[in-house]
Design a protein around this ligand. Structure first.
Ligand code: FAD
Length: 420
């Protein structure tokens, strides 16, 4: 019989893996086990908050993967695995035998790591909206109903986390929304970190669009003349970032009072959006794929688990060294893992992998930034190759607009590459 590959999780990583397994070897049997019959994409989901798109635009079905490539789908929750017998179990009572498995379950959010915060609060009053769904809708409604002149407070997570530019892009999109709908409102981002990607180019965007004063230490290379120089602003601007060195680390939430307590003091806010610390999705723990880091150690060449042979881990749940946790990363890791699985099943030598990632981020609807990287295997680790990475700080207005256009088109072509 044809070998059977089971894919756990039909998100950016899992869907891509299933498709590329079939492209590489149409004779394989491939079954995706996924909790939800409709995927709600996290990438681009902050754009629901400002009504750039609707909730329905995040939804992606699996018909094309099934019909075009003959991939099997089981909509059920995986609960565990017997790695010796190579059998995976689901909540619905199914037991599926596999020859190899690819696991891409994404993340789980550790709400309780912040004093006073909980999953219940996230679902009812203080949404995180880092795994999109009802919390995204709730946060959107809170943004839209915020009182004139109110404060929208974002708590950014510690490293490592899903989508490094995400909290800062969200802050920018909120400020842009307020410019039109609530011009005296403010955005505050509290952060335990001292830097973020794509730091300076985002800070420059905030400076130009929302009156943010860039701290001295981040100004190197920013244009001081020309057609769009760095500006000094008198007032505090619409957006403020409080990094770790300024006391941005959060100590506690008092949801009743609408207060976040940080090292720098008490911050009152009308809307509070917390992105808590995170680790690999629950099922990765249930399958015993996780180590003390909270993520899954792998052999980088094949993405095969360092704990259980025959199981490959990709996407946000995997330990991938210098690669960021992004949809783009999950997608290229899926291609590497799919190829390795096909080679291993055929008894062939596996190939030298190359990965890439581009994180696009918006400082405004027409202000696009990016960080682009190629990665190779060096001494058993995934290492970023040297070279230009960011939209240059002296980019022209036209290049910046193009950046936003790239982001927009990437969203569509990327989704096609994963799901169609
Ligand atoms: P996911 O896409 O989360 O997929 C995991 C899947 O596994 C889910 O469908 C889930 O239902 C399923 N699953 C989990 N447990 C089980 C189980 N026990 N049984 C069955 N199924 C299970 N990335 C970019 O590249 N570019 C961007 O511009 C970008 N923007 C972002 C903006 C925001 C606001 C956020 C939050 C994220 C953004 N990302 C972006 C990150 C990107 O969405 C994630 O990195 C990517 O989705 C990770 O893919 P994954 O396959 O690891 O996990």
């Amino acid at each position: 019989a044809a070998p059977h590959v089971v894919v756990v999780g039909g998100g950016a990583g899992g869907a891509t893996a299933a498709k590329y397994l079939k492209l590489a070897d149409p004779g394989l049997r491939v079954t995706v086990i996924e909790k939800n019959p409709v995927y709600i994409r996290p990438y681009g989901s902050s754009e629901v908050l400002n009504d750039h798109i609707g909730m329905a635009d995040l939804e992606i079905g699996y018909d094309r993967l099934r019909d075009r490539y003959g991939i099997g789908f089981l909509f059920d929750t995986v609960t565990g695995v017997d790695p010796e017998q190579r059998i995976v179990r689901t909540a619905g009572g199914s037991r599926l035998a596999y020859d190899r498995m690819i696991v891409s379950p994404g993340i789980q959010l550790l709400y309780d790591r912040i004093d006073g915060y909980s999953e219940t609060l996230a679902e009812t009053r203080v949404p995180s909206a880092w795994i999109p769904g009802e919390q995204t809708r709730l946060l959107r409604d809170q943004l839209h109903a915020m009182r004139p002149g109110g404060t929208f407070l974002i708590v950014a997570p510690p490293n490592p986390y899903r989508c490094p530019p995400g909290p800062y892009e969200r802050g920018a999109l909120m400020a842009e929304w307020f410019q039109t709908h609530n011009p005296t409102a403010k955005v505050i981002i509290l952060d335990s970190k001292d830097r973020f990607v794509p730091g300076p180019s985002m800070l420059l965007g905030w400076n130009r669009l929302y009156g943010y004063n860039v701290p001295e230490r981040f100004r190197e290379g920013m244009p001081l003349d020309g057609d769009w120089p760095l500006r000094e602003h008198d007032g505090p601007g619409m957006i403020d970032w409080v990094p770790g060195y300024d006391g941005g680390r959060v100590l506690a939430l008092d949801a009743g009072a609408g207060v976040v307590e940080a090292e720098a003091g008490r911050f009152e806010a009308d809307v509070i959006n917390i992105v808590p610390p995170m680790v690999a999705g629950r099922v990765a723990f249930a399958m015993d794929l996780v180590d003390g880091s909270g993520y899954c150690p792998i052999d980088r060449r094949t993405h095969e688990s360092a704990r259980h042979p025959g199981i490959h881990v990709i996407g946000d749940a995997a330990q991938a060294d210098t690669m960021p946790k992004s949809g783009y990363s999950a997608n290229t890791q899926a291609k590497v893992a799919a190829r390795a699985v096909v080679d291993l099943l055929a008894g062939r030598e596996t190939q030298e992998p190359v990965w890439e990632n581009t994180c696009y981020a918006l400082a405004g609807q027409e202000y696009g930034l990016y960080v682009a990287d190629v990665f190779r295997l060096v001494d058993g680790r995934i290492q970023r190759m040297d070279g230009p990475r960011f939209l240059p700080l002296d980019a022209s207005r036209a290049q910046i607009r193009l950046g936003a256009l790239y982001q927009n088109h990437w969203m569509q072509t990327f989704t096609q590459d994963c799901f169609a």
